[in-house]
Design a protein around this ligand. Structure first.
Ligand code: PGA
Length: 245
């Protein structure tokens, strides 16, 4: 693919850092207003924390209704134990939001029959009608979910080997714990099929990769660049992350 490929839709919202959670929450609220039982694809990581806090604040204040929202996990460690994205998401959002197992599509993580479990995950999401709003963080290497560089746009939900950079970055979430070598991720094909995508990017350390994502060649070298081919993509970036655009 070349840099000359026409750009699709990404709509860029740049906000001061203090307004990041509210700007992202406004887009989630839009989706929930259109459909109370919308399927939200949710990531873990530092980036979405202000969004989750703002959504919980709005829900507590009666300004947002999460009571029917459904959640599909984006990725997980293979053989997740005490270190698990499901646990992280429960601690940071799901429990307080009242999203129980019946409204959660968890990413499989047991190694036994994992390929079949990945197919089942995609079938379950299809049975829910697909994803209304897929939220994503952006890895320093351009990954989305655990779709590391080299992942193709037609990739399916699958087991992947994590890059050293990703494992090191993940140590921040679980200081002192061993980060598994492999993960399970929603494939790019499924991510790109979401009715709307919201890429969340915070901090100066993400400025270079956001520039490559939006302005560089569309290529598996930067998996996030494939987002430019999706129909309805929003990027919410704080001023530091948008500094090179
Ligand atoms: P972060 O992770 O939100 O902790 O920066 C994003 C990612 O690597 O996908």
């Amino acid at each position: 693919m070349s840099a000359a490929e026409p750009l699709a839709s990404p709509r860029l919202v740049v906000v001061p850092a203090a307004g990041f959670g509210a700007a992202a929450a406004d887009l989630v609220a839009q989706t929930l207003a259109a459909r109370g039982d919308a399927v939200l694809g949710l990531p873990t990581g530092n980036t979405p924390i202000p969004l989750y806090q703002e959504l919980l604040r709005r829900a507590a204040a009666g300004e947002a209704n999460l009571s029917r929202a459904r959640v599909a996990m984006l990725d997980e460690y293979l053989d997740a134990g005490t270190v698990s994205f499901r646990g992280w998401l429960e601690d940071h959002f799901l429990r307080a939001a009242g999203v129980g197992p019946e409204r959660l599509l968890a990413m499989p993580s047991r190694p036994e029959n994992i390929a079949a479990a990945c197919v089942h995950y995609e079938e379950q999401l299809a049975a829910w009608g697909g994803c209304d709003l897929q939220l994503l963080g952006l890895g320093h290497n351009g990954h989305i979910g655990f779709n590391e560089p080299g992942s193709e746009a037609d990739s399916r939900t699958r087991v992947v080997r994590l890059s050293e950079q990703t494992r090191r970055a993940n140590e921040e979430y679980w200081p002192g714990r061993e980060i598994p070598a492999r993960g399970v991720t929603t494939g790019l094909a499924l991510l790109l099929a979401a009715r709307r995508i919201l890429l969340l990017v915070r901090g100066e350390d993400k400025a270079a990769i956001l520039e490559r994502t939006l302005r560089g060649p569309i290529s598996s070298a930067v998996p996030a660049s494939f987002l430019r081919r999706a129909a309805d993509v929003w990027v919410v970036a704080d001023e530091a992350a948008a500094g090179r655009l």
